[in-house]
Design a binder for this molecule. Structure first.
Ligand SMILES: Nc1ncnc2c1ncn2[C@@H]1O[C@H](COP(=O)(O)OP(=O)(O)O)[C@@H](O)[C@H]1O
Ligand SMILES: Cc1ncc(COP(=O)(O)OP(=O)(O)O)c(N)n1
Length: 271
């Protein structure tokens, strides 16, 4: 048997199964990557909203990371909901201690339903400690605006924001365009040298819960499989586009994306 690719997600749990740790594990599994978790917070959540958040003690998060890294081994890591400044700083320390690269940072701040998933005070730790470690950071428009303190209502501003995040130390940046308007959902990818666009038809659906988590988990899965960064982001874009095109009308609010939709086109893409 060839070596099984293994990925770790450090993120929050979504009881509704559409975002967070649950979305990440489903994505890893679909992309034939063995998934492991370090849970930062437990949310009571469904398609309508977030009803409770309990963060885990720092020692528990640290031990979850130590346990999987020192025994099973990790080929790629992603971070999602980190909840507060202390957890963000701890995760940055653990990434350095265990050299958890390649590292995909999805700087989760607010849920679709408008619930705050990161204390505002954690921005400092993101900027000073975590972002400098990123192989790729994947903010949506609002997250990129918060991190760069600029308004990103036109393409030039988004390009400058990508350059600013790169200047903070991130090796590459994807500014996601899911919340923009237009016939296509266009993400901006910057690798420190060139810009390129990741494009997919915009799907007119309210069922987009977990899109950012699924996209970043797919990037981590492809990186764990050893594909190049440029290929990982473009294949992840295909994966999330299919998951949204066939999203699931579950619950009474924003339903989740469909993690097995990519199979309808056949087997997972060859590397
Ligand atoms: N309605 C949509 N149709 C097609 N792609 C979408 C749609 N909404 C989001 N996406 C894509 O899903 C991914 C996640 O983007 P986004 O929704 O902006 O992130 P987040 O969930 O973090 O807010 C991006 O690749 C984005 O372009
Ligand atoms: C536990 C947890 N983590 C992250 C999110 C946010 O998910 P994301 O894919 O960024 O976006 P929405 O699902 O909110 O559109 C979450 N809701 N819960």
């Amino acid at each position: 048997m060839t070596q099984l690719a293994r990925a770790l997600t450090i993120a929050g749990s979504d009881s509704g199964g559409g975002a967070g740790i649950q979305a990440d594990l489903k994505t890893f599994q679909e992309l034939q990557v063995y998934g492991m978790t370090a849970i930062t917070a437990v949310t009571a959540q469904n398609t309508l909203g977030v009803f409770d958040v309990q963060t885990l003690p720092l020692a528990s998060i640290a031990k979850q990371i130590d346990a999987v890294v020192t025994d099973i081994g990790v080929h790629a890591t992603k971070t999602g909901m980190l909840a507060n400044a202390e957890i963000t700083a701890l995760v940055a320390r653990k990434v350095k201690e265990h050299q958890l690269f390649p590292l995909v940072i999805d700087p989760v701040m607010v849920s679709t339903s408008g619930h705050l998933l990161l204390d505002q005070s954690a921005k400092k730790q993101y900027i000073e400690e975590l972002i400098p470690l990123a192989t790729v950071i994947t903010p949506n428009i609002a997250e990129a605006e918060a991190l760069t303190e600029t308004s990103l209502d036109h393409l030039d501003a988004r390009k400058k924001a990508a350059q600013s995040l790169h200047a903070l130390g991130a090796r590459s940046v994807v500014i996601k365009g899911g919340h923009l308007e237009g016939e296509e959902a266009i993400d901006l990818f910057y690798d420190g040298k060139e810009f390129c666009f990741l494009r997919a038809p915009r799907v007119n659906t309210p069922h987009t819960h977990g899109t950012g988590c699924t996209f970043s988990a797919a990037i981590a899965a492809y990186l764990a499989r050893g594909v190049t960064l440029a290929k990982a982001v473009s294949q992840a874009k295909r994966f999330i586009a299919a998951a949204i095109a066939h999203s699931l009308p579950l619950g009474r609010g924003h339903g989740p994306t469909n993690h097995w939709a990519h199979r309808q086109g056949g087997e997972p893409d060859a590397d």
